[in-house]
Design a protein around this ligand. Structure first.
Ligand code: ATP
Ligand code: SF4
Ligand code: MG
Length: 380
C-alpha cells in the first residue's frame, strides 16, 4: 500500500510556505517559499510588463548555526539570485527570510542596515569585486567605519591588520592596491572584507571558481578554519558537486529556480534520488581508475529551458531520461524521504534502479551501501 499521508502533509506544508527542511537542531536562517521574478517590460516611454524571468521560484530551506549548506546547479539556475534575495540585495517578489527572529524581507532603513552587518557575501570574481582605486586598508576599513565598529583611525587600521593576519595575509600589505595581489590573495582580501563587520552568516557565491585548483583548496580550507574559529554559518554556492563535497554539511541541488533535492552530504553523494543530481554526480571524477572505468556519464540532452517560460509540470521533464506522462503536467512535491532527505521527483525512489550502472552503486564507496528510503513516495 502506498503511504499517501506523508506526501499530502508535505503538499500542505509546501502550499502554506512553512515547510521546514531542518533535519534537527536550531536554525540560524530559514527561507520560506522564496520567489524572485524579474519583470520583462516592453515599450520605451510607457513600459508595460510582458512577462517575468522566474529566477527563483519557491525555494525553501533552513541552515543551522555553524552549518554549511552547499547550493549547486547549472549556470543560470538561480543560485546567485537566491543568495542575493536572502541578503535583500534583490528585494524578493514574495516569500520570507527568517534570521534571528526577524523576517528580513520586512526590514527597512536603520533596521535593515543593522541586520546587513550580520549577513555578508563573498563574491565569485576576486578581480572585479575589489575597487582598484582603493588600498586594501580602505577596502577592509570602510565597512568598519560605516558601521562605527571602531572609533579612531588608529583602531580601524589595527583591526584591518588583525583581519589580514586572520586570513593569512601579511599585515604590512595594508597600503597595497588590489592589482598587486594574486587571485588567491585577492579572494582572501574579499573574505577579510566580509569578516570586517563580524557577520554570523555569509553567502559564499562561487568563491573559488575563478581560482586555480591548488589555490581553490587553500581558500576552502581558510573558510573552514574561520568557520571553526568564529562559529560562522555559510551558504556555499558552486556549479558542481565536487567543489561543495569537502566543505558542506548538507547540499541542496537547484534546477531552473527550484531546489530539487536536499540532503546531508554523505546521503546525497551515496543515494541521490533525483535524476538531475545523479547526472551531476556522474560528472564528478572518482580517483580510482577501476571504478572510473566502469562508470558511465549521464549525458543530459537539450538545453536548460528559459526561466522566462519554464516547462509545465516538473521543470526537468524536457531533459529527464526517465520521464513519464505525469511529469509533463504535474509539479512533483518536495517530499521528505527520512532523515531530512528531500527530493522533488515522481520517481525518486526508483530512479537509481532506472539508471542502472550510473547511479549510486558506482558513486558510493563499497563500505557505504544504499539504504532503503524511510518513506515511500506515491510513485507510479
Ligand atoms: N537583475 C536581473 N534582471 C533580470 N534577470 C536576471 C537578473 N539577475 C539574474 N537574472 C536571470 O535570472 C536567472 C538566474 O540567474 P543567476 O545569476 O541567479 O544564476 P546562477 O545560477 O547564479 O548562474 P551562474 O552559475 O552562471 O552564476 C538567469 O536566467 C538570469 O539571466
Ligand atoms: S518528476 Fe519525472 S521528469 Fe521530473 S525528475 Fe522525476 S522522473 Fe524526471
Ligand atoms: Mg551565479
Amino acid at each position: 500500500m502506498l503511504p499517501l499521508q506523508p506526501m499530502l502533509q508535505a503538499y500542505d506544508a509546501q502550499k502554506e510556505g512553512c515547510m521546514s527542511t531542518d533535519a534537527n537542531g536550531t536554525n540560524l536562517i530559514e527561507i520560506r517559499d522564496l520567489k524572485m521574478h524579474f519583470p520583462v517590460t516592453k515599450g520605451i516611454i510607457f513600459q508595460r510588463q510582458v512577462g517575468a524571468v522566474k529566477a527563483v521560484d519557491g525555494v525553501s530551506f533552513s541552515i543551522k548555526k555553524g552549518e554549511t549548506l552547499g547550493l549547486v546547479g547549472e549556470s543560470g539556475c538561480g543560485k546567485s539570485t537566491t543568495g542575493r534575495a536572502i541578503l535583500q540585495l534583490h528585494r524578493p517578489t514574495s516569500g520570507e527570510v527568517w534570521f534571528q527572529g526577524q523576517d528580513l524581507t520586512k526590514l527597512r532603513g536603520e533596521q535593515m542596515r543593522q541586520m546587513r552587518r550580520k549577513v555578508q557575501m563573498i563574491f565569485q570574481d576576486p578581480y572585479a569585486s575589489l575597487n582598484p582605486r582603493m588600498t586594501v586598508g580602505d577596502i577592509i576599513g570602510e565597512p568598519i567605519r560605516v558601521h562605527g565598529l571602531r572609533k579612531s583611525a588608529t583602531a580601524v587600521r589595527q583591526r584591518v591588520q588583525e583581519l589580514l593576519e586572520l586570513v593569512g595575509l601579511n599585515p604590512y600589505f595594508i597600503n597595497r592596491y588590489p592589482h598587486e595581489f594574486s587571485g588567491g590573495q585577492r579572494q582572501r582580501i574579499g573574505v577579510a572584507r566580509a569578516l570586517a563587520v563580524e557577520p554570523e552568516f555569509i553567502v559564499c557565491d562561487e568563491p573559488v571558481s575563478a581560482l586555480d585548483v591548488s589555490i581553490q583548496a587553500q581558500v576552502i580550507n581558510l573558510l573552514e578554519e574561520l568557520q571553526d574559529k568564529l562559529g560562522l554559518t555559510y551558504l556555499f554556492i558552486a556549479h558542481g558537486l565536487a567543489v561543495v563535497k569537502h566543505i558542506s554539511d548538507r547540499v541542496a541541488v537547484m534546477y531552473l529556480g527550484k531546489v530539487v533535492e536536499l540532503a546531508s552530504g554523505s546521503t546525497l553523494y551515496s543515494m541521490p534520488m533525483h535524476p538531475y543530481t545523479q547526472a551531476l554526480l556522474s560528472a564528478v571524477p572518482i580517483p580510482d581508475p577501476k571504478v572510473e572505468k566502469k562508470r558511465k556519464r549521464i549525458i543530459l540532452e537539450g538545453d536548460v529551458p528559459s526561466p522566462l517560460n519554464p516547462p509545465p509540470g516538473c521543470h526537468f521533464h524536457t531533459r529527464c531520461p526517465i520521464v513519464i506522462d505525469k511529469c509533463r503536467t504535474e509539479d512533483p512535491p518536495f517530499v521528505d524521504y527520512g532523515n531530512g532527505h528531500f527530493a522533488a521527483c515522481w520517481r525518486a525512489r526508483e530512479s537509481i534502479s532506472l539508471l542502472p550502472g550510473r547511479g549510486a552503486e558506482v558513486i558510493a564507496p563499497p563500505e557505504h551501501p544504499i539504504p532503503e528510503p524511510k518513506v515511500e513516495p506515491n510513485a507510479e
